[in-house]
Design a binder for this molecule. Structure first.
Ligand code: SAH
Length: 194
């Protein structure tokens, strides 16, 4: 298949993620927050992830600048990426629907915040981050490009490993024993494993 077709498919998948998030972002902006960890570090990490997971993929799609880093992966590998990424998008939609008014793009507690333990949260504590891991591997496979894959993987890893302990600390501060009990029953990103 021609490179341009892969690029179009990649763009559509990226755009679909944005569309799933859009209505939740609108509601999020209107709600009051009672606790926020909007530190300059958190803002910088989000900025870094936006470069790695949005800007670089867009540069790959819209310009020939990264073409010399193409890996020429076989079509089956790229299709695997598309199927994986598609599955990740379903999870992304489910997570947003389940978290509802409790979702925020940064570490925050919203007014009347409830601890969510149903839907995907019944099996793991961070299904949205599971989707992000699937997503960055998907980026690499679909684009078949070293730079797109490595930059997305690195920027996401930095955000994940710094943010996760902070997020769990925030949840313990807010929900105390209820969250500690929930931690005993669930793993972080892969059911029953880790
Ligand atoms: N880490 C989760 C959520 C990411 S969105 C996931 O991967 O699915 C980040 C926000 O979700 C945080 O600001 C936190 O306040 C909120 N959050 C995380 N886990 C939650 C839970 N189980 N119930 C309610 N809110 C949660």
């Amino acid at each position: 298949m021609q490179e341009i077709i892969w690029k179009i498919i990649f763009m559509i998948l990226l755009f679909t993620g944005g569309l799933i998030r859009k209505p939740h972002m609108k509601k999020y902006k209107k709600t009051e927050k009672t606790k926020s960890k909007k530190t300059s570090r958190e803002k910088f990490l989000c900025f870094l992830a936006a470069i790695g997971m949005m800007l670089v993929p867009i540069i790959y799609v819209l310009t020939p600048w990264l073409n010399s880093f193409n890996m020429n992966l076989p079509d089956w590998a790229r299709w695997t990426g598309i199927i994986g990424y598609g599955f990740g998008l379903i999870l992304f939609w489910w997570v947003h629907k389940t978290l509802g008014k409790n979702w925020s793009p940064i570490l925050e507690i919203r007014k009347n915040h409830k601890l969510v333990t149903q839907g995907p949260y019944k099996y793991i504590r961070h299904p949205m981050y599971t989707q992000m891991w699937i997503g960055v591997v998907g980026y690499w496979l679909i684009s078949s490009n070293w730079i797109v894959g490595i930059v997305a993987f690195l920027t996401w890893s930095i955000l994940y490993f710094i943010r996760l302990p902070e997020e769990e600390k925030l949840m313990i501060e807010e929900f105390g024993q209820e969250y500690k009990d929930y931690m005993k029953k669930t793993k972080r990103i892969v059911p029953g494993i880790c």
